[in-house]
Unconditional design. Structure first.
Length: 77
């Protein structure tokens, strides 16, 4: 992992096509802007992890577990 110090308003480049802009820095967060070609997917790491976990959970569903889930979601009037 490369660690680079930057200040607000500065940027780093990854290859020829990707640029990361440091938009704002506060004591608790850093706001980044990413400029990349449309064909490059840019997502937060936790979204990829959540998607992978959801796919694993969906693969483990059975007809019985879906029925229990459906029954648990019924609204009582």
């Amino acid at each position: 992992m490369l660690i680079v110090r930057r200040r607000a308003g500065q940027a780093i480049r990854i290859g020829d096509d990707i640029e990361i802009h440091i938009a704002e820095i506060s004591p608790t967060k850093v706001t980044l802007g990413v400029r990349a070609p449309r064909e490059v997917s840019v997502t937060r790491a936790e979204l990829s992890l959540t998607r992978a976990q959801n796919l694993v959970a969906a693969d483990s569903l059975t007809a019985e577990s879906l029925t229990k889930l459906r029954e648990g979601l019924r609204f009582v009037h």
